[in-house]
Design a protein around this ligand. Structure first.
Ligand code: ACO
Length: 382
């Protein structure tokens, strides 16, 4: 047996754990959170309820939900040192790098950091979900040269994000749309960032260390960074009329079109379908910039589906239509991936807690191709 038979490049097709959190059916384009279809979740639930569902494995009863929301909202405040770190780095580092650094520093402010009981990790998860959102919003706020806005505990999770970002309470329609986007990004089984979260946690490092790995992994344009990259591409295309030429040239030059393709979905990503539907709805009353982006996105989608959909199984993924939606919500392009991280935090935490119930250190093998038994020469003889 040679190396190529032994190695699953990119761990493609490899199962790494049992889980009852999320099912991705890439053949039929279906996604389930704890057994509930994403379409039902999108229509009926809220980000807060999805957090409860992912962490606890069931939908909450009314009293449980009220208690959960209260506990989640209570954790929103950022220590002033964390706001200080963000202020120091704004303008010097990218928002994702600032998020990674500020989030990592949060561990210093959690007295239960080294308590690895499930109860403590559930409590820490609420802190993480609440504060990663506050950090992301604060980065956007300070990037725009405005003053830091303290969280408002009377607001919902999505309302508070937009409030901390823009300094004013958002219209309900916009908060609802952000809530939907956060639900759609909350969880996606064993994707790269969730896997790296588990790899770090499998060493019995704490949950902050594990989620910091998840944030680092999300940054890349092949994963969470694709949303910002897709928006940059739409900006470069400029207008719907230019789309065909741009995509043709990009494909001829073997470039990847960001926001398309997926390791597991070989059909339309159901999340992208839902986002597309909302984009069509909002474009009616959106401003010229969002209308233009929507025109480009729909033209690119049509071309890509015709050229690569059925033939190569390359379809829009969750990151493709997000750009015009976030632009409509007033979220700047370089904040898309931090917002994605804030949305994915419940997924990372739920997986970490589940994995620790049956922890096993991740330690795969490499197929060594180098030499052995070489003669060591002292430095003066080389
Ligand atoms: N545009 C053009 N061609 C593509 C694209 C794309 N977006 N994606 C895949 N391909 C082509 C590759 O060039 C390759 O072609 P070839 O067989 O002729 O060499 C073939 O499809 C297979 O590509 P792989 O990279 O081997 O497939 P993989 O499963 O590793 O890729 C990935 C998945 C990384 C997501 C890929 O589709 C991609 O790079 N997409 C663009 C980035 C993106 O949108 N990422 C977000 C994914 S969703 C998420 O993480 C939240």
């Amino acid at each position: 047996m040679d190396a190529d038979d032994k190695i699953a490049v990119g761990l493609e097709g490899v199962y790494v754990a049992k889980s009852s959190i999320c099912k991705v059916d890439g053949i039929n384009g279906k996604l389930y959170y704890r057994g509930y279809a994403i379409e039902d979740i999108a229509k009926n639930s809220s980000f807060e309820e999805v957090c409860y569902l992912l962490l606890n494995g069931k939908l909450p009863k009314l009293a449980e939900f009220e208690e959960f929301k209260k506990a989640l909202y209570a954790e929103r405040d950022l220590p002033e040192e964390i706001v200080g770190i963000i202020s120091e780095l704004v303008g010097k580092a990218s928002p994702m790098d600032i998020l990674r650094t500020a989030f990592s520093a949060l561990s210093g402010f959690d007295e239960k950091l080294n308590d690895n009981t499930e109860q403590a990790n559930m409590e820490k998860s609420l802190k993480i979900i609440s504060r990663i959102s506050s950090i992301s919003a604060a980065i956007g706020r300070l990037e725009s040269k405005a003053q830091y806005v303290k969280p408002d505990k009377s607001l919902s999770h999505s309302q508070n994000f937009l409030y901390m970002l823009n300094g004013k309470k958002p219209e309900q329609e916009k908060a609802d749309l952000l809530d939907l986007m956060m639900m759609l990004h909350a969880e996606h089984s064993s994707n790269a960032s969730t896997f790296s979260t588990l790899v770090t946690g499998s060493t019995l490092a704490d949950i902050y260390a594990a989620v910091t790995s998840g944030i680092s992994t999300l940054k890349g344009p092949l994963h969470g960074g694709a949303d910002e990259a897709a928006l940059k591409m739409m900006d470069a295309i400029g207008s719907p009329e230019n789309t065909e030429r741009y995509i043709d040239e990009a494909l001829a030059g073997k470039q990847r079109i960001m926001g398309f393709g997926h390791r597991v979905y070989k059909t339309y990503d159901p999340r992208a379908k839902i986002i597309r539907g909302h984009l069509i709805e909002i474009q009616e009353h959106a401003d010229g910039k969002v209308k233009n982006l929507t025109g480009i996105a729909l033209a690119a989608e049509k071309m890509m589906v015709e050229k690569l959909g059925e033939t190569k199984g390359i379809w829009p993924n969750v990151d493709f239509f997000s750009g015009p939606i976030y632009a409509y919500l007033g979220v700047p392009g370089n904040l898309f991936t931090p917002l994605f991280a804030a949305s994915r935090a419940p997924g990372w935490c739920a997986h970490m807690i589940e994995y620790w119930r049956n922890n096993k250190l991740f330690r795969p093998l490499e197929y060594y191709e180098g030499e052995i038994d070489k003669q060591y020469l002292s430095i003066d003889k080389r």
